[in-house]
Design a protein around this ligand. Structure first.
Ligand code: MGD
Ligand code: MGD
Ligand code: MO
Length: 815
C-alpha cells in the first residue's frame, strides 16, 4: 500500500502507443473500514480539478468513509490523485456552516432560512426599485453543478435583467474559451484524453500537469515509460516534474510566450512543415500568419525569452516531425501576459500541422476547475447560454423564446460584464447587491487590499453562499450555508467534454441546502414571471433543471439532448455533443473539418487580440463567410510591469499538488494540510545568493501592492523568477495578514479574455530572519518545489496509505 503523499502519482503501469491504458483502481477508506463494511458506493467524479476523474463515494451509516476510483471511466481508468484520495474529508469537517447568518449591529449572527432569504429579497426589491437591474452583480464559480449555473443564469439575465454575471472561471479558463472561439468560432475542447494514447509529441505550455491533473500526468508518464514513447516539450519557467522529464525544456521568462510560439511558427514555415492541403481547404489567415512570424527567428526569440536558440530549434524539429501532436495550455498561458494571443498561437501550431481532430493530433485548451466548462456553457460566465452569441440578434431571440420573455429584456447591448469589472462597479457604487456563490474572492482575486475594501463597503449588500466561514464570508451581510458535492445531485463536464452525473451520497450538515434549491427559492420569492405571467423558472429539481438545459443546447455545439440522468447513471459518463447523430457522444470535435465558425452559428465574431476590441458582424462575415478555422496572428509585445531597480525579480504564483485553491477543503484534510502546511517562496541559487538568503530563511516578497512573509525555498527555478503558491489565505493562525500571494498581484487583465494576470508582476525579496534551528521551508520536496539543499522528504506515513489494485481482474472493468 503506497504512501500517496510520498508518491502522489502511485505505481506505474506502462503501455505502448495505440494500446489501451491499463486500469489501476485506487481506494482509500477510513482506518478500520474494510470494503465489505461499506453500505453503498455512490458514483460521482472529482470536484478538486478539471480532469473529471470518476470515483465512487463510500458510505457507511449515512457518513462518507472513503473513495474509490472507477475502473470503467474513460478518464482515469480507476486512478485518483492525492487531493481526491484525502480531500473529501472536508465534507464532514466540524466547522461546516449549518445555519444562515445575517449581519446585525456589525456582527454575523445565526438565523433561520426565512429570515435570511427575506433579508435578501427585501434588499433586492429595494435596489431594483431605486437603482434598476444594473445594480446587481452575480459572481459564481467553476465548482457548482450545471443545473445550478443554468438556473442562476436565467434568474440573473431574464429575472433580474442584469448583464453583470460572471464566474471565477474568468480567473481560470476565460482564455481557454476565448482562444477556442477565436480559432474555431466557438468554445468546445477539440481533443480527447485518449489522444495521450496515440500521440508522438506532447507539447505542454504553461501547464504543470503533474501537480494539477495528476491522473492525466500518470497517463502521460505511463506512455513515457512504455514502448514507442512520445517526445515531451515543456514551456515553463519552473522546474516542474514534466520539465525535468522533458526532451526539450524551455524555461522562458514569464510573459514571453508569444515570442517563443511565434519563433516555433517561424520555424515550421521556414521548413515548410505545413499541411498545405489541410490549411488551404479548412483554414483562413495563412498569409497573415506567415507575414507576422517572418522575422521571428529563434535568435530573436532567444533574446526575449532567455532560452538558447538551439533549444527552440530542437522543439521545432519535434513539432515538424509528426502530426500526432497533443498540445496543452493552462495558467502559464492564460494568466500570463498576452494570454489569448499566446493560446491562439498554440492552436495555430496544431492547425499548420493538421494536428486537429485525429487520434493523437489534438488540442487541450485545458480547464482548471471541475465544472468550469459548465459555467461557460450555461452562460453564467459572461456569455449567453448554449454558447450563444450576444451580438447575434437571432441567438438572443432563441433564448428569449426558450424562456418565453421579450428579447429586449435580456441585456445584450454589450459584452457581458467580466468579473474584475463587476468588482470595479461595486467599488464605484453602481453595483449595490453582490451575490457570491462558491468562490472566495478575498483570497483569489488580485490586489487583495482593494478587494477587501470593496467588499467591506457599507452601501454594498454582499451575499456569500459557501460551506465555510471563509475570508469572503466574514465580510458578507448574509451568509448562506450550502450543501456540496456528495450531498446534492447534479451533472458536470470535464476538460475533455465528458459529462458526469453526481449522486447524493449523504445528507448535508444541519440546515445547509443545495445551491440549486437556494437559487430556486430566491427566484420564487422574487416572483420572476415570463411574458405570459407564468413562473419564469418552471423547473424544481436537478432532473427538471437538466431537462430545461437540454432544450437550451438543442442544435448548438454543446448538444446535450441525447443524454439523460438514467443514461449517465447506466453508461457512467459520455462526452458531448450527444444527440441523434452522436448517440454515444463524440470523441473528437472537427474530425470532419466542420467548424462552428459560420457567421450564423459562431459564439462570437471575435476580438482584436491586442486591444480586445470586438470585431463587427459585418467584418466577420466578410472575412470568414464559410466558417473555416481561423489562423490568428499576433505580434509579441513586452509586459507592462517589467522588473526595475526597486523590484528586480519576476513574481510567478500558482499551485502545489497537495492543495486546492484557498484550501477551504484541502486545508481541512489532515494528510494534505501536513504535506504543505504554510506558504513559502521559491528562489533560484543566484537570486538567493544576491539577497543573502538560504533555505528556510524568513523573507518578505514585496511588490508595489503589498508584501508577503514566507520561508525561502531554494530550487532550480530560472534565475530572476520568484514563485509563491496562492493557496494560503489572508490570515494565518495568529491573525497575521501577510501570506496570501494576491496581496502582491496587480489589477490587470488580458484585453481579449479579460482574465487577470496572476503570473506577471515585478517584485523584490528582503531577508527578514535566518531559518529557525536550520529548519527548511514548509514546501514539498516531491514536486516543482524540490529543494537543492538536503531536506527530509515529504511523506504522509501510515495515515496516507492507499490500496492500488491492478491486473486482469480489474482490467475487465476497463472501457
Ligand atoms: N493540486 C492542484 N490541482 C489543481 C488546482 C489546485 O489548486 N491544486 N486547481 C485547478 C485549477 S482551478 C486550475 S486553473 C489548474 C491550474 O493548473 P496549472 O496551470 O497547471 O497550474 P499553475 O501552478 O497555476 O501554473 C502552471 C505553470 O505556469 C507557469 N508559468 C508562469 N508564468 C508563465 C509564463 O509566462 N509562461 C509559461 N509558459 N509558463 C508560465 C508556472 O511556473 C507554473 O508551473 O489546476 C487545477 N488543478
Ligand atoms: N495569485 C493567484 N491567484 C489565483 C490563481 C493563481 O494561479 N495565482 N488562480 C486563479 C484560479 S485559476 C482560480 S480557479 C481561482 C480559485 O479561487 P476561488 O474560487 O476563490 O477558490 P476556492 O478556494 O476554490 O473557493 C471556492 C469556494 O467555494 C466553496 N465551495 C465549494 N463547493 C461548494 C458548493 O458546492 N457550494 C457552495 N456554495 N460553495 C462551495 C469553498 O468552500 C470555497 O470557499 O483562484 C484564482 N486566483
Ligand atoms: Mo482555475
Amino acid at each position: 500500500m503506497p504512501d500517496r503523499i510520498a508518491e502522489p502519482w502511485g505505481t506505474r503501469t506502462p503501455y505502448a502507443r495505440d494500446a489501451r491504458w491499463p486500469v489501476r483502481v485506487d481506494t482509500r477508506l477510513d482506518d478500520g473500514v474494510r470494503p465489505e463494511d461499506v453500505d453503498a458506493w455512490v458514483p460521482t467524479a472529482s470536484i478538486l480539478h478539471s480532469n473529471g476523474d470518476a470515483l465512487d463515494i463510500a458510505v457507511r451509516d449515512g457518513r462518507m468513509v472513503g473513495v474509490r476510483g472507477r475502473a470503467d471511466s474513460r478518464v482515469n481508468h480507476g486512478r485518483l490523485g492525492p487531493k481526491d484520495l484525502f480531500g473529501w474529508q472536508a465534507n464532514r469537517s466540524a466547522d461546516r456552516l449549518t445555519r444562515p447568518l445575517v449581519r446585525r449591529a456589525g456582527e454575523l449572527v445565526e438565523t433561520d432560512w426565512d429570515t435570511a432569504m427575506a433579508a435578501m429579497v427585501d434588499r433586492s426589491r429595494q435596489v431594483l426599485d431605486e437603482h434598476g437591474p444594473d445594480a446587481f452583480g452575480l459572481y459564481t464559480s467553476g465548482q457548482l453543478f450545471l443545473e445550478e449555473y443554468y438556473t442562476l443564469g436565467v434568474l440573473g439575465r431574464a429575472g433580474l435583467g442584469t448583464n453583470h454575471i460572471d464566474g471565477n472561471t474568468r480567473l481560470c479558463t476565460a482564455t481557454a474559451g476565448e482562444a477556442l472561439k477565436e480559432t474555431f468560432g466557438c468554445d468546445g475542447q477539440p481533443g480527447s484524453y485518449t489522444d495521450v494514447d496515440h500521440c508522438d509529441v506532447l507539447f505542454l505550455v504553461g501547464h504543470n500537469v503533474a501537480e494539477t491533473q495528476v491522473t492525466l500526468w500518470e497517463r502521460m508518464l505511463d506512455r513515457l515509460e512504455g514502448p514507442h514513447p512520445p517526445r515531451l516539450i515543456v514551456v515553463d519557467p519552473r522546474p516542474t516534474l514534466p520539465a525535468r522529464r522533458a526532451d526539450v525544456h524551455l524555461p522562458v521568462r514569464s510573459g514571453t510566450n508569444v515570442a517563443l510560439l511565434n519563433a516555433l511558427l517561424h520555424e515550421l514555415v521556414a521548413r515548410d512543415a505545413v499541411d498545405h492541403a489541410f490549411v488551404d481547404a479548412h483554414a483562413i489567415g495563412y498569409d497573415e500568419l506567415v507575414a507576422q512570424v517572418a522575422d521571428c527567428t529563434p535568435e530573436w526569440a532567444a533574446a526575449i525569452c532567455d532560452v538558447p536558440a538551439e533549444r527552440i530549434r530542437a522543439a521545432a524539429d519535434l513539432l515538424a516531425g509528426t502530426d500526432r501532436i497533443l498540445s496543452t495550455c493552462l495558467q502559464g498561458v492564460y494568466q500570463s501576459h498576452q494570454a489569448t494571443a499566446a493560446a491562439v498561437q498554440v492552436n495555430n501550431i496544431n492547425l499548420l500541422r493538421g494536428a486537429v481532430g485525429r487520434p493523437g493530433g489534438g488540442i487541450l485548451q485545458m480547464n482548471g476547475q471541475p465544472t468550469a466548462q459548465n459555467t461557460r456553457e450555461c452562460g453564467a460566465d459572461g456569455d449567453l447560454a448554449g454558447f450563444r452569441n450576444w451580438a447575434n440578434p437571432e441567438h438572443v431571440r432563441e433564448l428569449a423564446a426558450l424562456w418565453n420573455v421579450d428579447p429586449e429584456s435580456i441585456d445584450h447591448h454589450g459584452p457581458p460584464t467580466h468579473a474584475m469589472q463587476i468588482f470595479e462597479l461595486a467599488e464605484q457604487g453602481d453595483v449595490r447587491v453582490l451575490w457570491i456563490s462558491a468562490t472566495n474572492p478575498a483570497v483569489s482575486l488580485p490586489e487583495l487590499a482593494r478587494i477587501r475594501s470593496i467588499l467591506a463597503q457599507e452601501r454594498l449588500f454582499v451575499v456569500v453562499q459557501d460551506l465555510f466561514l471563509t475570508e469572503t464570508a466574514q465580510l458578507a451581510d448574509v451568509v448562506l450555508p450550502a450543501a456540496t458535492w456528495g450531498e446534492k445531485e447534479g451533472t458536470f463536464t470535464n476538460a475533455d467534454r465528458t459529462v458526469h452525473h453526481s449522486d447524493k451520497a449523504v445528507e448535508p450538515p444541519g440546515e445547509a441546502r443545495a445551491d440549486l434549491d437556494i437559487f430556486l427559492d430566491y427566484a420564487r420569492r422574487m416572483d420572476f414571471r415570463d411574458r405570459d405571467g407564468a413562473p419564469l423558472i418552471p423547473w424544481h429539481d436537478p432532473a427538471s433543471a437538466f431537462a430545461a438545459w437540454q432544450e437550451c443546447t438543442r442544435g448548438r455545439p454543446c448538444d446535450y439532448t441525447g443524454l439523460s440522468y438514467e443514461k449517465l447513471r447506466a453508461g457512467g459518463e459520455t462526452q458531448w455533443p450527444c444527440n441523434d447523430r452522436w448517440p454515444d457522444g463524440r470523441e473528437r470535435l472537427y474530425d470532419d473539418r466542420d467548424f462552428p465558425a459560420h457567421p450564423d452559428r459562431c459564439e462570437t465574431y471575435g476580438k482584436d487580440l491586442l486591444t480586445g476590441e470586438p470585431v463587427s458582424a459585418e467584418a466577420y462575415r466578410a472575412r470568414n463567410p464559410e466558417g473555416r478555422a481561423m489562423l490568428r496572428a499576433a505580434p509579441y509585445v513586452p509586459p507592462e510591469e517589467e522588473p526595475s531597480a526597486e523590484h528586480p525579480l519576476r513574481l510567478n504564483t500558482g499551485r502545489t499538488v497537495y492543495h486546492f485553491h484557498t484550501r477551504t477543503k484541502t486545508g481541512r484534510a489532515p494528510q494534505l494540510a501536513a504535506a504543505a502546511p504554510e506558504v513559502w517562496a521559491e528562489l533560484s541559487v543566484p537570486d538567493a545568493e544576491r539577497a543573502g538568503v538560504a533555505e528556510g530563511d524568513l523573507v518578505d516578497v514585496v511588490t508595489a501592492r503589498g508584501r508577503v512573509r514566507a520561508r525561502a525555498r531554494v530550487t532550480e527555478i530560472r534565475e530572476g523568477s520568484v514563485f509563491v503558491p496562492f493557496h494560503y489565505g489572508t490570515w494565518d493562525a495568529e491573525g497575521r495578514r501577510d501570506r496570501a500571494a494576491n496581496e502582491l498581484t496587480r489589477t490587470a487583465w488580458d484585453p481579449a479574455s479579460k482574465q487577470p494576470m496572476f503570473k506577471q508582476a515585478a517584485c523584490r525579496v528582503e531577508r527578514v530572519a535566518p531559518a529557525e534551528d536550520g529548519r527548511p521551508a514548509p514546501a514539498p520536496t516531491t514536486t516543482a518545489s524540490r529543494p537543492l539543499a538536503p531536506v527530509a522528504a515529504t511523506a504522509g506515513g501510515p495515515d496516507a496509505r492507499v490500496t492500488e489494485t491492478t491486473g486482469p481482474a480489474v482490467a475487465r472493468g476497463g472501457p
